[in-house]
Design a protein around this ligand. Structure first.
Ligand code: MIG
Length: 678
């Protein structure tokens, strides 16, 4: 049962797909205050209450004890004091024993979530704009609430099968020569891979929908040559279009009036990578379609995957902001720079990027309704995602394309996946990657992933290896790095063989992962969830912050600390542990319910299987997902006397492809304490 309450004038956000009639009055149990402007919801908690959800956010799996903010932000340092990242996923799960409340604020403006930070036993949610549709879903258990919520927001995007393969990426690969070298070396070393990303370097002067004629003289040829090696090329597209009438996209956008305006009707300009840019009004159907069609020539060149960046939108500075800053600096120029003048000078420059004033300076035309940007800020990236995917489907309606985007708002989970932005080569960010998975799943972002190995800073081999050991379970498995950092594709490390072996595990697990992904899309069950969902009576399990259920069948508990030789793992019941070194080298043992220190060498990944289950593995070396389609046999891994496994498959390429379900009979299974797998 889903209830809806409207406040102010809610906007059409495209977040929900079910129509729910708003109720009269206020919901029971929630204090509602009209702040004029703004609206505030206050809910009590007990000491037992746990909070889950909120999608892309810092800190633990249980979100209690911090103030979060919904305000899509390009933040280069995801430290635990931060309130907002690139996506706003306004779904909170309030879990009490035997009673779960799911709360969704459909409001694309600025929202504060004080989750027991200021007042220990209080949830205070403040919408600064006050135009909100509040959806409430109440039931006994969290899984039922999650499924109902996912029903409300519609089915998640399904990428092509190949997108579940290993993807290599780096800011700095200039073009064909660079990426061919990387691909060739991966193939020579038998490191399986399916895709390679091109960052802004491939463009001509960082301009969208162009290719650098020196480094990519023959785009279609390059795409074809790499596809012959079973590698897909995935170029980046940024949100801004350069202010230059000689740029075809710019000229065409001006002609068709597709860019956002300021109040006085002039075009809003702000700088990003190509210099001053215009910004497409993704909130307007006509403009969105215009932008989506810009992808067509690249699709015609054979590209079948993209990533969309800088779409918060991230702004280095606006034209107006820069002018004001120069004035300020000028006024300080001949003065003796004392304390306050010095700080004023510094502030003049530091406050240029992503300035709140700039987000109040332009307007959208939401199909007839004029709306100032700050009121709908969190929808911008979602609009770009929809623009891109709709554009691709106008090009080929039945083809599945890969798309992942940086900025998002619930609703965009139907059009593309996300990556979680500029993390660091920190061990704490490996842990954060793990902890973010359940929240993303609950909010519909099944196809998501973090920059494996860390984006900023120079990484180390052991961090990459440990991160791969988590990455094999995460749908988007992409190794990405910032410009100027140490080269970090697998081939660059002395431990490359161990890394390669871990990547082979991804392919061993891939049919299972894909099957479970399809089921999760269909049923609305999260792909990843907190242990609390399945072991509600077990206090230790409920409060475990560094282990995650992968479907209802498995648990993952990766090592996320440097120089560790294993880790403490809590088993809420007897489980079968797979210790895996490569697709052909793994063993299994049954472990008893309780707390354990589990040794785990640097070259090992762990997977825990719940009682009664077996999962299918492909214990063959493969080069890419193409080999996986060739009908390789499965080895069943798990408990003796397990139930059969329902494998879901489809052709992996077409939207209309039917899902075929096959029953895999259980294998011998393990029943002793150190059974080898076969
Ligand atoms: O301002 O395109 O998050 O993945 O490599 C940085 C360059 C712009 C930010 C993305 C990152 C990408 C980088 N981009």
């Amino acid at each position: 049962m889903i209830r809806r309450y409207d406040y102010g004038t809610p906007l059409l956000t495209d977040a929900v797909v079910l129509s729910v009639e708003p109720e009269k009055g206020n919901p029971g149990g929630i204090t509602v205050e009209d702040l004029k402007p703004g609206i505030r919801f206050t809910l009590p908690m007990t000491e037992e209450t746990q909070l889950f959800g909120l999608g892309q956010a810092v800190r633990g799996i249980d979100k209690r004890g911090h103030i979060y903010r919904s305000w899509n932000t390009d933040d280069v340092l995801h430290t635990e004091n931060k309130a907002a990242l690139y996506g706003s996923h306004n779904f909170l799960l309030i879990v009490n024993p035997g009673d779960t409340l799911g709360l969704f604020l459909d409001d694309p403006g600025d929202i504060r979530w004080d989750l027991g930070a200021t007042e220990e036993n209080q949830i205070v949610i403040t919408s600064l704009g006050g135009d909100v549709s509040l959806y409430l879903i109440q039931d006994r258990d969290p899984l039922t609430v999650c499924r109902a919520f996912r029903g409300l927001i519609g089915k998640s995007y399904i990428p092509p099968f190949w997108a579940f393969g290993y993807i290599q990426s780096r800011w700095g690969y200039a073009g064909e020569e660079d990426i061919t070298k990387v691909v060739t070396e991966h193939r020579q070393k038998h490191i399986p891979m399916d895709g390679i990303c091109l960052d802004i370097d491939y463009m001509d002067r960082f301009r969208d929908f162009t290719w650098n004629p020196k480094t990519v003289p023959d785009p279609a040829g390059m795409v074809k040559r790499l596809r012959e090696k079973n590698v897909h090329v995935i170029p980046i597209i940024d949100a801004g279009i350069p202010v230059d009438e000689n740029d075809p996209a710019c000229a065409d956008g001006l002609k068709n009036d597709t860019f956002v305006h300021r109040e006085d009707g002039s075009l809003f300009q702000a700088a990003v990578w190509p210099g001053l840019c215009y910004f497409t009004d993704y909130l307007n159907t006509r403009c969105r379609n215009w932008f989506g069609d810009l992808y067509r020539p690249m699709l015609e060149a054979g590209v079948d995957g993209f990533w969309n960046d800088m779409n918060e939108p991230s702004l280095f500075y606006s034209r107006d902001g820069l002018e004001a800053a120069w004035k300020e600096i000028d006024s300080l120029k001949d003065r003796n720079l004392g304390q306050s003048e010095f700080w004023a000078l510094k502030r003049a420059v530091d406050s240029l990027a992503n300035n709140p004033e700039d987000y109040r300076a332009f307007w959208h035309d939401m199909d007839g309704q004029k709306v100032r940007h700050d009121r709908v800020h969190n929808l911008y990236g979602a609009g770009m995602t929809k623009a891109a995917m709709d554009g691709m489907h106008r090009f080929d309606p039945d083809r599945r394309f890969l798309l992942f985007t940086r900025s998002s708002y619930i609703g965009s989970h139907r059009y593309g996946g996300i990556w979680t932005g500029d993390n660091c080569a920190w061990w704490s960010h490996l842990k954060l990657n793990l902890q973010m998975l359940p929240g993303l799943s609950m909010c519909g972002y099944l196809f998501s992933g973090a920059d494996l190995g860390g984006f900023n800073n120079d990484t180390t081999g052991d961090l990459v290896l440990r991160w791969l050991e988590l990455g094999i379970f995460v749908p988007l498995m992409r190794n990405h790095a910032a410009l100027g950092t140490r080269e970090k594709d697998i081939c660059r490390f002395s431990r490359w063989k161990d890394m390669r072996n871990i990547v082979t595990l991804r392919y061993a697990l891939l049919p299972f992962l894909y099957s479970e992904f399809l089921k999760a899309v269909d049923s609305g069950t999260p792909l990843f969830m907190p242990l609390a969902f399945l072991y509600p009576g077990d206090t230790v399990a409920c409060h475990t912050q560094d282990q995650v259920m992968l479907t209802e069948q498995c648990m993952i508990a990766p090592v996320y600390e440097q120089n560790a030789v294993g880790r403490h793992v809590y088993l809420p019941e007897d489980m079968l542990m797979l210790r895996m070194r490569s697709c052909t080298d793994m063993d299994a043992c049954v472990m008893e319910k309780g707390a354990h220190f589990v040794p785990c060498a640097l070259n090992e990944a762990l997977l825990f299987i719940r009682k009664g289950y077996q999962i299918p593995l492909v214990m063959h070396d493969v080069e890419s997902t193409v080999d996986l389609r060739a009908g390789l046999s499965f080895t069943m891994a798990g408990w003796k006397d397990a139930q059969p496994y329902e494998l879901w498959e489809d052709d992996g390429e077409h939207v209309s492809a039917p899902v075929i379900s096959r029953t895999l009979a259980p294998g011998r299974g393990a029943d002793n304490r150190s059974g080898l797998l076969r």
